[in-house]
Design a protein around this ligand. Structure first.
Ligand code: ADP
Ligand code: MG
Length: 248
């Protein structure tokens, strides 16, 4: 689903943020991207959102090379990837419900549908009681839940949370991670960039570690690949069925 192939990103000032980075992330995975500040984690997210283009190498989402995506197609790409930021990036003079509704408005639902949709998402993240509050009236954990709700509003295939627990205490951090795990169980691919070692070490999830822009560790488990026998079987299936499989 997500493919980085030999991706190097050098900024105009000469800083090399990523160097020959390669990995594949399959649909439904939960992956930690770890590494100290400056390792290149946010640059990965910005490449996925096509806010940046690689200097060399390719980034693909669902087999589409992002460097070939036209400007007018960018909103479609960005709706597929729900971004959650450490500093929330909420709109201060809009309520929780309005912040979440903005995305639904963009995807042109009618008012009733939007109300229903926002209610449903807020209850999913445990914020049904906070719908009419403004960001300044929320705790850090509630702010982060709001940004997750906003990310979910467009029904993304992927959630990329960039240091979602960076401003939170340990207990609240776990609440947010548990919420992301729950979202992952509902079949959304979840990528969490973090330097929270405690959380990463207590969960048996794939870890991609960056150091100065290079991948120095990837714990991708071989069992996530399809066994050969299954691949053979698929080859003998009628073509139509095969196509349906691909679409998923
Ligand atoms: N727009 C930019 N121009 C120049 N250098 C940048 C820019 N954005 C990020 N960098 C540099 O790229 C490196 C990786 O940054 P970043 O991806 O933000 O790391 P992380 O999110 O892991 O802290 C850092 O050295 C950072 O200073
Ligand atoms: Mg960062």
């Amino acid at each position: 689903m997500i493919v980085f192939e030999n991706v190097t990103k050098e900024f105009p000032n000469g800083t090399v943020a990523l160097l020959e980075v390669s990995f594949h992330i399959e649909p439904g995975e939960f992956v930690f991207i770890i590494g100290p500040s400056g390792a290149g984690k946010t640059t990965l997210l910005r490449l996925l959102l096509r806010e940046l283009k690689p200097t060399s190498g390719t980034v693909q989402v669902d087999k589409r090379d992002l460097s070939e995506i036209k400007k007018r197609e960018l909103p479609i790409l960005r709706r597929q990837i729900g971004a959650v930021f450490q500093d929330y990036k909420l709109i201060d003079d809009r309520t929780v419900a309005e912040n979440v509704a903005l995305v639904s408005e963009i995807i042109k639902q009618n008012e009733e549908e939007i109300d229903e949709h926002v209610k449903e998402i807020l209850s999913q993240v445990g914020l049904e009681d906070k719908a009419d509050l403004f960001p300044s009236q929320l705790s850090g954990g509630e702010l982060q839940r709001t940004t997750i709700a906003r990310a979910l509003a467009a029904h993304p295939k992927i959630i990329f949370a960039d240091e979602p627990t960076g401003n939170l205490d340990a207990a609240t951090s776990w609440e947010i991670i548990n919420l992301l795990l729950m979202i992952n169980k509902a079949d959304t691919t979840v990528i969490v960039a973090t330097h929270n070692q405690d959380i990463m070490q207590s969960l048996d999830k794939r870890v991609i570690e960056l150091e100065k822009g290079r991948v120095v560790r990837d714990t991708k488990k071989p069992r996530q690949k399809k066994p050969k026998a299954e691949t053979e079987k698929e080859k003998t299936k009628p073509a139509k069925q095969k196509d349906e499989k691909k679409k998923k």
